[in-house]
Write a protein that binds this ligand. Structure first.
Ligand SMILES: [Zn+2]
Length: 320
């Protein structure tokens, strides 16, 4: 497919329209070597952010999001319910030998390296509050492995171009589903982390309230991290299956959808949560563009079927 025409069309909007909101997903980090989740079978690949698996289950998510978006505003508590309840149903049906075994192996409290027993589990069986309460150690071993991969990764051209735009355009907001922090490392301004950050921790029991989080960039983690206030286990500051999006995050995102151009990059604008965001933006009059190697036939204004880092670099070369 010839990409030059849609790329030129997008570049032409750069100077003409001021308020840009970019929604990014796993595809933006793929070229940095952050593994993406490619199915629900195993960990031959893993996911670069926690609700990425919902990207691969289009139909129900789309139907749901069209309804959710019909009011024109983002809604909080319901946002992740349909995909997550499916995930929990399926994990309930599949007992995880890895989790059961690890409860005994976990007694030492120290995290093992790359041979973790989480490899026997699917992401949907690990990225849940229930899995964490059952066995914090196996979940932390999985996160520790991911943190090591991400720490070794570098922002790619897609991150760099978006960071540059964020500094040049006052009306620029980036909403990312990724928890890897690569947008921030590239120097991006106005980042809304829709699913939190793998580099932040919080108390499992929210002993000082739900908003108290702290940074922890240690790689590797020596053991299950503890809450400095109550001494209980700390958990990753990410949104897990079955958990709602943070209300403040939703409010910020909702404001950002009052934009001229809504660019959905590295994730499908057909499926949750990008679908909900793009649908709201479009309903409010935004011009919606999807950049994705495998775009869905959706209600977007422009589709550019290419890789994030290649397309964005080309757009950038036409702009500047
Ligand atoms: Zn605590």
């Amino acid at each position: 497919m010839d990409l030059e025409e849609p790329i030129a069309s997008l570049a032409a909007r750069w100077s003409a329209q001021a308020r840009w909101t970019v929604v990014t997903g796993a595809g933006v980090s793929a070229a940095s070597g952050v593994p993406t989740f490619r199915g629900s079978t195993a960990f031959d690949a893993s996911l670069s952010h926690d609700q990425d698996s919902s990207d691969r289950r289009p139909s129900a998510g789309v139907a749901y999001n069209r309804e959710a978006a019909s009011g024109g505003r983002l809604r909080g508590a319901t946002a992740s319910d349909p995909p997550s309840s499916r995930d929990q149903d399926s994990s309930d049906r599949r007992p995880s030998a890895g989790v059961a075994y690890n409860r005994e192996a976990a007694s030492g409290g120290r995290l093992r390296g790359t041979g973790g027993l989480w490899r026997n589990s699917r992401p949907e069986e690990l990225a849940t509050p229930e899995a964490f309460r059952r066995d914090p150690q196996i979940v932390w071993e999985w996160y520790d492995w991911r943190r090591q991969l991400i720490a070794a990764a570098r922002p790619n051209r897609a991150h760099e171009v978006l960071a540059s735009w964020s500094r040049l355009q006052d009306g620029f907001t980036l909403i990312t589903q990724n928890v890897d922090g690569l947008h921030e490392r590239a120097g991006t301004r106005n980042v809304i982390r829709f699913h939190g950050s793998i580099w932040e921790l919080r108390c499992l029991e929210s002993c000082r309230g739900p908003v108290r989080q702290w940074d922890d960039a240690r790689v590797p983690l020596p053991e299950v991290p503890r809450c400095p206030d109550c001494g209980g286990p700390a958990r990753p500051g990410v949104v897990w299956f079955g958990e709602p999006i943070d209300p403040d995050t939703l409010r910020q995102s909702d404001r950002a959808l009052d934009c001229d151009v809504c660019l959905v990059v590295g994730t499908s604008s057909l499926v949750y949560p990008a679908a909900g965001l793009a649908a709201v933006a479009r309903e409010r009059g935004a011009y919606v563009v999807e950049i994705n190697p495998e775009p869905g036939a959706s209600d977007v204004d422009l589709v550019i079927a290419g890789k994030a880092e290649e397309v964005l670099a080309r757009v950038e070369s036409l702009i500047h």
